[in-house]
Write a new protein. Structure first.
Length: 281
């Protein structure tokens, strides 16, 4: 079951804030008015008001916390967990990453309406976006084509505007943990503009599977307001070669760091300490 966490946060913020505000405006003043006399420890008789209802106490306590989480998650940084191997070897199954939410502009939570333009994706960016065929699902891929680019992929080589992306083979990849199935793939270094990043390729696999044939008939031009996304694990990635372009309005943010890497399938301790704090390129 997919939970719409942004909506839950917004609703919780309005409910707790509303209860706190209504109580402060209408009920708290009456409650503070003395309604009965009590005797303190020194035997002095004093007037006492009514105690604060438990619902109001909880709302007053939780509202600032929920509001801060909502603002941070909506406009600054959001954490994600990598569930698949489509971005190996850049990102491994079990990596927990941080995503810059304002890199491509500020958007209102839930509505996803852009209220401030701050930047645009560039070739080589690793981006989280809402899957165009089911926007309740978040995908993470690398931008290989921006609006106006002519993209092609043949013989395991990416072409951008008719020029092959430089690629240097690095040898046979040895996977581990949940990614052990990628052992035997050929690892290489690819460069998109100024961004150099690793890729995995299975030379014996066809360029296009039966469900991923967007580029099967040759180059395709990226329309305005859309982006062409590909996984670094080129032969094990459900990306723009399968479902087309990612619309600009579906962008969530730019991935920039790994803050935890946890894989129970790893031999020994599940945490990969060496990946913690790594920048994502």
């Amino acid at each position: 079951m997919n939970f719409d966490f942004p909506t839950i946060l917004v609703v919780a913020t309005f409910v707790t804030g509303g209860i706190w505000l209504l109580d402060a405006l209408f009920f708290a003043p009456k409650r503070r008015a003395p309604t009965e006399t009590v005797e303190d420890e020194d035997g002095e008789v004093k007037k006492a008001g009514q105690s604060e209802p438990l619902l109001v106490e909880y709302s007053r306590s939780f509202f600032p916390v929920i509001l801060i989480v909502l603002l941070l998650r909506s406009f600054l940084v959001e954490p994600f967990r990598i569930p698949s191997g489509s971005m190996m070897p850049t990102l491994l199954i079990g990596d927990f990453i941080l995503v810059n939410k304002f890199a491509y502009g500020l958007r209102l939570p839930v509505l996803n309406t852009k209220i401030l333009q701050l930047g645009e994706p560039e070739r080589g960016d690793v981006v989280v976006f809402r899957y165009p065929r089911d926007e309740s699902v978040d995908y993470i891929k690398r931008v290989v084509g921006v609006p106006g680019d002519r993209i092609d992929y043949r013989n395991k080589t990416l072409y951008v505007n008719g020029v092959a992306a430089p690629h240097v083979p690095m040898g046979i990849y040895i996977g581990s943990g949940a990614g052990a199935g990628e052992t035997g793939s050929v690892e290489g270094r690819e460069r998109l503009d100024s961004v150099e990043h690793p890729v995995l390729i299975k030379p014996r696999y066809p360029d296009f599977g039966p469900d991923c044939r967007v580029l099967a008939n040759g180059p395709i031009t990226v329309p305005q307001g859309k982006y062409f996304m590909m996984g670094d694990n080129r032969d094990n990635s459900h990306d723009s070669r399968c479902w087309g372009f990612a619309p600009e309005e579906n962008l969530v943010g730019k991935a920039f760091a790994i803050w935890m890497s946890w894989d129970w399938n790893r031999s020994g301790f599940p945490i990969e300490w060496g990946r913690i704090g790594d920048r994502i390129h």
